[in-house]
Design a protein around this ligand. Structure first.
Ligand code: NAD
Length: 272
């Protein structure tokens, strides 16, 4: 019997795929039979994704660029189509976090600087990613799967800037699903609580700090399952990749658009 993947023959472009959830989605898409273009700021991180692909490395195309640059993204879309012939799935995912900087712990100047940098990457970056790629997705009747967050729904997944930015991406899922129908489906995955290398804004001196350090600090203070009913935040990002496969699958999700799957360990069941 021949087993086939859910994304056999598809081509995906994933931003922020040199680490964390983007990298896990890239490796999962490969296992499901897709070819993947992995886009990110640092070549060495992207190379580590290529290396992790092992025997499938010939189906990975590393592309260096910044999601704040329409030129970088346009070049990445063109390179993807040149190498693999088309684009079926777009995963806007690259992002930064605000390390829970609350309104009472920041000055107006600081909050303004964090806003400018974080919204540029987390919101404008998603918009530019879609803006430069949607025409290719129309050709293949493909889809977009955006990385959202528990912070797109609930308090305390970040400070006000991060929470507002992730709420904004919820708006993008709804509006773009409407605008790009009927050819292109647009959905999101609201992941939550992952021990990744998620960094903070350079403008706040948080470029080299990662969310992993915050989780490690909290481990000492509280039990692991205090706020995540299913599991603690040490979960392998690969555990969150299933919804990305489902939503990208033309065979299994052809009637799904404008939807967000909550893959957050059940944060919401406590009724925030
Ligand atoms: P991560 O830092 O491991 O991955 C993000 C990637 O994006 C990094 O490789 C980084 O280099 C890249 N990147 C950042 N800014 C960029 C830019 N301007 N241009 C190009 N690439 C850029 O962190 P992650 O946790 O995997 O984050 C991925 C997504 O998941 C983000 O959108 C984040 O908001 C979201 N998320 C993470 C968590 C969590 O707990 N880790 C929870 C909810 C949502």
């Amino acid at each position: 019997m021949t087993t086939t993947g859910w994304l056999d023959g598809d081509v995906a472009l994933i931003t922020g795929a040199g680490s964390g959830i983007g990298r896990a989605v890239a490796l999962r898409y490969l296992r499901e039979g897709a070819s993947v273009a992995v886009f990110g700021r640092e070549l060495d991180r992207l190379q580590s994704t290529v290396e992790a692909a092992g025997a499938d490395a010939d189906r990975v195309l590393p592309l260096v660029g910044d999601v704040r640059s329409a030129d970088d993204l346009s070049a990445a879309v063109a390179a993807t189509v040149e190498r693999f012939g088309k684009l079926d799935v777009l995963v806007p995912n690259a992002g930064i976090w605000d390390f829970n900087r609350s309104i009472s712990r920041t000055t107006p100047d600081e909050i303004g600087a964090i806003y400018d940098e974080l919204f540029d990457i987390n919101v404008k970056g998603y918009l530019l990613t879609v803006s430069t790629a949607w025409r290719e997705l129309v050709k293949t009747e493909g889809s977009i799967v955006m990385t959202l967050s528990n912070a797109a729904y609930y308090a305390a997944g970040g400070g006000p800037v991060y929470t507002a930015a992730k709420h904004a991406t919820r708006g993008l899922v709804t509006q773009l699903a409407y605008e790009l129908a009927p050819k292109v489906r647009v959905n999101g995955v609201a992941v939550g609580g992952l021990r990744t290398d998620l960094r903070g804004p350079e403008s706040a001196g948080l470029k080299d700090r990662s969310i992993e350090q915050s989780f490690a600090k909290r481990d000492g203070e509280r039990g692991p399952n205090m706020w995540l009913p299913l599991h603690d935040a040490s979960t392998d990002p690969d555990d969150s990749t299933g919804p990305y496969v489902l939503l990208a699958s033309k065979r299994n999700a052809s009637v799904i658009t404008g939807t967000v799957i909550h893959a957050d360990g059940g944060i919401g069941v406590r009724g925030f």
